[in-house]
Design a protein around this ligand. Structure first.
Ligand code: UDP
Length: 255
């Protein structure tokens, strides 16, 4: 799927085609092939700007962006498909996925990445001269947005847990995947600078379209139903591995 909130604001039809219409095709094929278990990558963006944080799965769904809506429509399709066929699913609502494989085998490679930790890691390496901080007037303690950053390995394990649950006959389920703890954009940037031991310019800009002020996962459901437990719930570790991955990527590009 496409996963960039501001891009979805600029190109809603592209997002509805790629994330929604193609998911419909995939579900048609899956049900046609009698696939009975399905794990869907949903998103915290389905909540929009929740009135309460940490946000539980039962809070109202009011996505602020075409990205969030494109994913919510797939959650609805799954609900209907599970009623019509012998088909069970787990939809994992991903919060902010970050970090890299601790053994360095995988990390975020997207060209023209826009995600906060990746952008900051590129600034550390001098791959960009500066970075921008979008919005300092949000109703949060330091005025910048709060997000719940989940280590990619913990998220990957949530999928294994979901598969085990479905194979054991578990009923269809929607779960948040996050740590129940938020960091502000400023805190993340400071952590990147501290862990890297490198300073870089940060330019304060206006709010980015589609951004929620604060979004933090309640995670008791995923723990209770899938038996999931965080193992890498540490922003410094996430940042260290994101930096290591970015360094490796830059070295490979240089050849
Ligand atoms: N952000 C920022 N500068 C950047 C990239 C992101 O200030 O170069 C902010 C963004 O406005 C949001 C937070 O960092 O408040 C997380 O954004 P990201 O794109 O990483 O993930 P999202 O929450 O949109 O999925």
């Amino acid at each position: 799927a496409k996963i960039v909130v501001p891009e979805s604001v600029a190109d809603p039809l592209g997002y509805y085609l790629n994330n929604t219409a193609k998911a419909r095709n995939l579900l048609e094929t899956a049900t046609g092939c009698e696939i009975k278990r399905f794990i869907f990558s949903s998103t915290a963006a389905v909540y929009g700007d929740p009135s309460r944080n940490p946000v539980t799965e039962d809070e109202p769904l009011k996505p602020l962006s075409p990205y969030g809506r494109s994913k919510l429509m797939v959650e609805w399709m799954l609900e209907d498909v599970a009623k019509a066929y012998d088909f069970n699913y787990v939809a994992l609502r991903y919060f902010n996925v970050a970090g890299g494989d601790p053994k360095g085998r995988a990390g975020q490679s997207t060209p023209n990445a826009t995600h906060l930790i990746k952008v900051a890691a590129q600034a550390v390496l001098g791959l960009r001269a500066k970075m921008q901080l979008f919005g300092t007037d949000y109703p949060t303690p330091d005025g910048t947005c709060l997000r719940d950053y989940i280590h990619v390995s913990d998220l990957a394990r949530a999928h294994m847990d979901a598969l085990r649950y479905l194979r054991g006959g578990g009923a269809s389920l929607v779960c948040n995947a996050g740590y129940e703890r938020g960091y502000s954009v400023r805190e993340v940037i400071e952590t990147v600078k501290r862990v890297a031991g490198v300073d870089f310019p940060v330019e304060v800009s206006g709010r980015r379209p589609g951004d929620a002020a604060a979004i933090i996962a309640a995670n008791s459901r995923i723990k209770a139903t899938l038996g999931w437990e965080p193992r890498h719930d540490d922003l410094e570790e996430i940042v260290r591995q994101a930096l290591a991955w970015e360094r490796g990527l830059a070295a490979r590009k240089r050849g």
